[in-house]
Ligand binder design. Structure first.
Ligand code: PLP
Length: 481
């Protein structure tokens, strides 16, 4: 426990058995001790403290939290690291609010996570969208090319920052080094939503991590791909372009004033484990994944994303720890495969779409996990293989509609529901996001056109899910009054 900065202190405090007339109300877990056999009657609760003189303060750290953040910064290669207790979502929102003022532009991927849009709403920012490449073969959005970003910057020289999602949900990595060069050539700030990439610095065999690639602000969901508790993330800064005091203020404003010490301890421990054992564990994981790829490649009808994608669709690297598996050649859609794996084989994958399942593999997985997955897939093939199913080929509208009002104004505006068929010329109050590929056709504040109505009608006739609306059937849509 030498490098367990926060945990060591919390255990010592718990051992003191202090009489608590302080929050939290469970009083070091005593409430649960009063209930017979309650599952929360365990040691963890004695560590769930709040700010008292010995426990430092996340929003103005001077002692153990400061030390733990400094050790994280050192490990992840940053100049400064902030622990986040409301996920990468708060990090994204705060980063955007730190780098641009209301009515200033930021360049963001059209298929970004909703927290990026929320950052634009809360910050009153003007989004300029860049579109990722889309693979019709895989039905998903892929990388963003550096030239796409350069064009957007040239057309919007007043933009303050560029946001990149890296890697994406499918482990797809754009050419971040080329993008970094472009963004900094024009003196813009590069914010990387690395929600799916906190593990990248554990092996040279993995894609370069965003801090190493020269990004200014990087936000990682440590809870997704390393080992901290759900909702805990880190924001790293390595830049002379970022106003740190303003960023600190935004983080303080957007996060709880009662940050969870369990979450903060788990961040410190995630760093501790990664630093001590991470490289060895990652080597083992990658060996297991390589073995899985080798075995599955010998089974006809099973496709897995691999390096053969590199060089296409703006892809520079593939994160091997994301297994994207497609059994549609065996007549099984991604959605069906997810359900089969869960119901019949006790395996839960991260998500599925029409074609693929996505499995998140971390240093927590064992060889046995991969053997079970492979066995299940083989079994599914034997039992279910019938016919080749045709998945819908998608066409994508790669054009942002006219923006009538900013996302912030759209969020606060009064809305009324009208028939979707009759909405041409109106300003949308909702998102229309066909999934796949998850690229919005319309965002709140944008003008609905006849072309969009026709396009969405053709999507409705196919299997494609349309998300973002209160009325899932899209008979009706909310528009700005
Ligand atoms: C690309 C991306 N960014 C941000 C987030 C939000 O991360 P968190 O759950 O840590 O708030 C997600 C969550 O799935 C995501 O996929």
């Amino acid at each position: 426990m030498k490098d367990s900065i926060i945990l060591k202190k919390l255990v010592a405090l718990a051992d003191e058995n202090i009489v608590s007339f302080h929050v939290p109300g469970h009083k070091n877990g005593k409430v649960y001790k009063k209930c017979k056999n309650h599952i929360l009657n365990n040691d963890l609760l004695s560590l769930d403290v709040t700010e008292i003189p010995e426990t430092d303060n996340l929003h103005a750290p001077e002692e153990m939290i400061k030390k733990a953040q400094e050790m994280a910064a050192k490990f992840f290669g940053a100049e400064q690291t902030f622990f986040l207790i409301n996920g990468t979502s708060t990090g994204n929102i705060s980063a955007l609010m730190a780098v641009a003022n209301p009515n200033e532009k930021v360049i963001i991927p059209r298929d970004c996570h909703k927290s990026i849009m929320h950052g634009c709403i809360l910050g009153g920012l003007v989004p300029v969208y860049v579109y990722p490449e889309v693979s019709m073969e895989h039905n998903i959005s892929m990388g963003i090319k550096a030239e796409t970003i350069e064009k957007a910057i040239q057309e919007n020289l007043d933009a303050k920052a560029v946001v990149l999602t890296y890697p994406n949900y499918y482990g797809i990595c754009s050419d971040i080094e080329a993008i970094e060069k472009v963004v900094h050539k024009y003196e813009k700030i590069l914010i990387v939503d690395e929600a799916h990439g906190s593990h990248l610095n554990l092996s040279k065999a993995l894609p370069i991590d965003a801090i190493d690639a020269g990004a200014d602000i990087v936000i990682q969901s440590t809870h997704k791909t390393l080992s901290s508790f759900t909702q805990s993330s880190m924001l790293h800064v390595k830049s002379k372009r970022v106003d740190i005091d303003r960023l600190r203020f935004m983080l303080m404003m957007n996060q709880s004033s009662s940050p969870s010490y369990l979450l903060m301890t788990s961040l410190d421990e995630a760093r501790n484990v990664a630093e001590r054992d991470g490289k060895a564990l990652m080597n083992k994981l990658l060996a297991n994944i390589n073995d899985f790829h080798e075995k599955i490649s010998k089974i006809s009808g099973m496709k897995v994303f691999d390096e053969r994608l590199v060089g296409k669709y703006g892809i520079k690297h593939i994160d091997r720890t994301r297994l994207v598996i497609d059994l549609t050649d065996l007549g099984i859609s991604g959605t069906q495969l997810e359900v089969l794996l869960r119901k019949k084989y006790g395996i839960q994958v991260e998500m599925s779409d029409m074609k693929n399942i996505v499995a998140v593999c971390t240093i927590g997985n064992t060889r046995d996990d991969f053997e079970k997955l492979l066995k299940a897939l083989v079994n599914i093939k034997e039992k279910n293989a019938k016919k080749v199913i045709k998945t819908e080929k998608i066409t994508v509208l790669q054009r942002t509609p006219k923006i009538n009002i900013l996302p912030r104004d759209a969020a606060f505006a009064n809305k009324k529901e009208i028939k979707f068929e009759e909405s041409a010329g109106k300003t949308s109050g909702e998102y229309i996001i066909p999934y796949p590929p998850g690229i919005p056709v319309v965002c709140p504040g944008e003008e609905i056109t006849k072309e969009i109505i026709e396009y969405v009608k053709t999507l409705k006739e196919s299997d494609i899910n349309i998300m973002g609306l209160d009325d899932n059937h899209l008979e009706k849509i909310k528009v700005i009054e």
